[in-house]
Ligand binder design. Sequence first.
Ligand code: NZQ
Ligand code: ZN
Length: 386
Amino acid sequence: MQNFEYCNTVNIVFGQGQIKKLSKLIPTGAKIMLAYGGGSIFKNGVYDQVRLALQGFNLIEFGGIEPNPKYETLMKAVDIVKNEKPDFILAVGGGSVLDGVKFIAAAALWEAGDPWNFLTNRKLTVTKAISLGSVLTLPATGSEMNGNSVVTRLSTQEKLAFNANAVLPLFSILDPTVVFSLPEKQVANGVADAFVHVIEQYLTYPVNSPIQDRFAESILLTLIEEGPKVLANRTDYDAAANFMWAATMALNGLIGTGVPQDWATHMIGHELTAFHNIDHARTLAIVLPGIMKVKQESKREKLLQFGQRVWAITSGTEKERIDSTINKTVAFFESFGIPTKLSAYGIGADFIPVVCNRFTDRGIKGIGERGDLTVDQIAEVLTLQL
Ligand code: NZQ
Ligand code: ZN
């Protein structure tokens, strides 16, 4: 196992009816900016619960944060924050609202020029942010319990991430009943995104880390078992609760401690969203099978372990078992309506050099757990998925 430090300070408040605890979780007397997305919270009653819980607080609102939150929109909120000076920002929504709020909270206190720089320049670190918390409405990203934020800039068609402890939520309320109002597509996306988060921290090479491996496998198995239950019956509270906790555990840093991490699927996937606005999770379902094929030699041991422990593939030659493991993973995504080929999204071979140029222009020679997935191999991955 590799050396690591692990500290996660997010207070998770989990369960039905927990939104009413908001007034105790937010510092007394704080002026709050309540930030949300396109309006789902008005239809499912979450907004009313939040307002009721925050009676007596001084509140301003910022709505309209889009899926794949846009820098252009978020900067409008930054201006409001600079004028209104809230002490606390409460994100009520899915990963996009949470990520958007992390950006707003950091950008409002950023003094070194355009805040976009802390996304483009890895050497810049965010050390200050307005305090924030969340009421999560969509299990998927893990944003509720991590310091990551992914923002898209429309004018340059870039989708970039930053990470900082300063934007870790003070608390996140996870009430599984929010799942009841999710459209089928968003449940499918949530299961796929969480699944690939685990894979990015697991399907690398062995470093003798049985705790991390078995935690990771338990999350994968839970998503495989509970995902279909949620899709079949949106008001199955137990299934919703297990799905929600699995998605949080998939990207709160725990299973990634002391092990190599990949993230090539996410890096390539972000380009598919930046240029073609494909849902985040769907980009991952397209790219991952290609990565598994192109990197099957260097991921051989973990692919065999994944196949055996998660998909119960125990017979055949190593090559046959690896092929079956990849096929099972593809079938899993497709079983809940997520196509894994670029052609299903109307994308052809002419797009491949566009993605490759992005990596070349940024001076990136290799990505993945060994930094050896070259730009040529990125082209190979996408060609396999045409
Ligand atoms: O905007 P509203 O009206 O709220 O509707 C949203 C949105 O249209 C809707 N929705 C959310 N909760 C709902 C609901 N509809 C009905 N009932 C509810 N309870 O769902 C739609 C999608 O929401 P969004 O927040 O965009 O989805 P998700 O949570 O999948 O977030 C995706 C974003 O997170 C980033 C992605 O790149 C993408 O930008 N990620 C963030 C990560 C992180 N912070 O660690 C890691 C991930 O890998 C990912 O990159
Ligand atoms: Zn993701």
